[in-house]
Structures are given as structure tokens and as C-alpha cells.
Design a binder for this molecule. Sequence first.
Ligand code: TTP
Ligand code: MN
Ligand code: MN
Length: 371
Amino acid sequence: IRCSTPTPVARVSQYACQRRTTTENNNKILTDAFEVLAESYELNQLEGPCLAFRRAASVLKSLPWAVQCLGATQGLPCLGEHTKALIEEILQYGHSFEVEKILSDERYQTLKLFTSVFGVGPKTAEKWYRRGLRSFSDILAEPSIQLNRMQQSGFLHYGDISRAVSKAEARALGNIIDEAVHAITPDGILALTGGFRRGKEFGHDVDFIVTTPEQGKEETLLPNIIDRLKEQGILLYSDYQTSTFDISKLPSHKFEAMDHFAKCFLILRLEGSLVDRGLNSTEGDSRGWRAVRVDLVSPPMERYAYALLGWTGSRQFERDLRRFARLEQHMLLDNHALYDKTKKEFLAATTERDIFAHLGLEYIEPWQRNA
Ligand code: TTP
Ligand code: MN
Ligand code: MN
């Protein structure tokens, strides 16, 4: 097969934080396949191979051209024998037998279905699967299963929260949160983060950072917002986690994925989202509202830049920022801080640009972080 090699490009870095990845994916057929494998490994709690496939997918997502022959992938990082065999197979036949096999596998399908419920992770899904449960009705009919509050809400609002949130809906929610924040404190700060900050058209939730310049006041911000949403009658579910952040305890032994800021995982009732259902919807459903997942995190102002960088994602971009910091700069990065192990000091930052500069990285815009 003849294959025109792409115009010579600069070396592609093994680190996602040294690549610019927009929402435009020229290799979706390949990356979708890799992601099925990554997901399958994740559901089987095999972290190593899962990460390998996520990394491979991430590299292909960053390419400004479509891979049309295996030769074109020469010199690209993070592509092992397994991924190369898959690429070859998909380029030749249009699909991969291994991927098809996983997609039709009962265990994969069931675990995927169970983990699609808000509050159900791979471990719970596995437990239910091993008990012989295969469907939602199996779970709901099983008397020995005690669903926690999160899972109960997950089932209750399943239809709504498993449907993608649009940009327009994210904007409408932004207005609601903005109104709440400023009613509580006029100097309150609200920033959209997560996938929508990266320019995605759709998301599984909407993520915001809320804070205030007044030191310590951010502690009461979330409880106040939650109370207000409750009074407005739009709070369908709330899981508030108080701050366990303690600056004096940094650097923590382990710079973790989960941060210690006050945060809440919400389900809100969004009115008037009829438009987004499509006007010629065949469902007899015309209630005029939908449930939406919203995440709020509330760091102290001096941690704002780190929190914003950490919550903007993508997860793969975050992983590689940390890996790059550790392996290339001998630094520790998490959602709270950046610690220089050589100088034995924390590096202050008021903007994301400061953090990239500390790390010796070129600045990558939020919309280029879709790794
Ligand atoms: P998500 O909302 O899970 O992902 P997303 O916004 O990139 O994608 P989607 O459109 O599907 O919602 O997480 C957003 C970022 O927040 C992600 O980079 C991980 C980060 N995050 C934390 O750092 N700590 C947390 O406790 C949580 C829940 C998320
Ligand atoms: Mn999100
Ligand atoms: Mn989120």
C-alpha cells in the first residue's frame, strides 16, 4: 500500500503537557479503539496496561494529521507492539477483532453499564457482577443490596445525567452559580473549569471553581451556595466535602490525585432545557427541565492557580504534568502546590502561566489541553 508520509514534523514529546491537543481529533477511529482497551483494563483494575493505551490514544489525538499507514507512526512515542498491531489491523480492515470481542463481551458490557451510574466505581460493579447481577432491574430487585445516597440519586436521575450536557446548558448553570456566589459575597470569584474550559461542546458534568480574595471566607462559600440552591428548589443532590487542606502539612508524603479543598458534587435541576432535547423529540416527555451534574471546588485564593490548572484537565494532561515535574524537573506538582525538591521550597504562582514557567514548559492554552 502506498502511503504519503506527512510533512516532517517536530519530534512529538512523550509528555502530553509538551503537546498541543485541541478537541479536533484526526485519528478518532484509532483512539476510540485504544480507549475501549484502556477501559477494559481499567474495569479489570489493571492500571499499567490501561495507562499504556491511554497514553497511546493521547499521542494520536495530538497529531494534526490522520495516520494512514503504520509507517507514518515511526518515531512517535508511547506506541508499543500491541498498539502498532492494532493500528495495522484497523487501517487494513476498518476495525479490530480484539476490540470487537471486548465490546461484545458480557462482563465488559455489564461493568460498563454499572459504572455508568453516578456513585458506582469499578469495585462495586465487579462485586455486583460476581453476584450474578446483569441489569439495573437485577440490582434494584436484589434485597441484600444497600445503595448509598449517591447511588440512589444515580439511579433516580439516570436518564438525565447519562445524557451529555451542552455548552448552552453549561452557560445557564454558570449564570445560576454566578448569581448565588455574588449574592453571598460581592467580591466572589467564579471560574468555569473542566472540559468546558477546554472548549468541549459537551460534557458529563459542569465544573466550577469558586473563591473569594478574603482569606478564610472561602470556607463558608460552598455551604452558603448549597443553602441558596436548596431554597431555590433546584438542589436534587449534594455531597459536600469540607476542606482538609493544611498548608503546614505540605509537602505531603504523596502528592495525590484527589485534592483537599472544600468541594461538592451536586445534581441540579435545570429549568427550560427543553430546547436541548430537540423540538421534535418523540418522547412524550415535556417536563421542561433536566437534572445535571455539577462540581464545585473552593480553594483559598492563594491556591487558585494550582486549583485551576488541576481542575481544567484533561486527566491525561494532568497526569503528564505531574510525571514531567517529577521525572524531568525533580519537582512535585498537585492541585495545591509545586515543590522544588532541589531547592527544597514551594514555588508561588498567581496564574497558570507562572506554573508552566516554573516547570520550564511552554504555556499551553486550556483549549490545547485535550490530551
Ligand atoms: P471531570 O469533570 O471528571 O472531567 P472533564 O471535565 O475533563 O470531562 P467531562 O466533560 O466528561 O466532564 O474532571 C475535571 C478535572 O477535575 C479533571 O482534570 C480531574 C479534576 N479533579 C480533581 O482534580 N479532583 C477531584 O476531586 C475531581 C473530582 C476532579
Ligand atoms: Mn467535567
Ligand atoms: Mn467533574
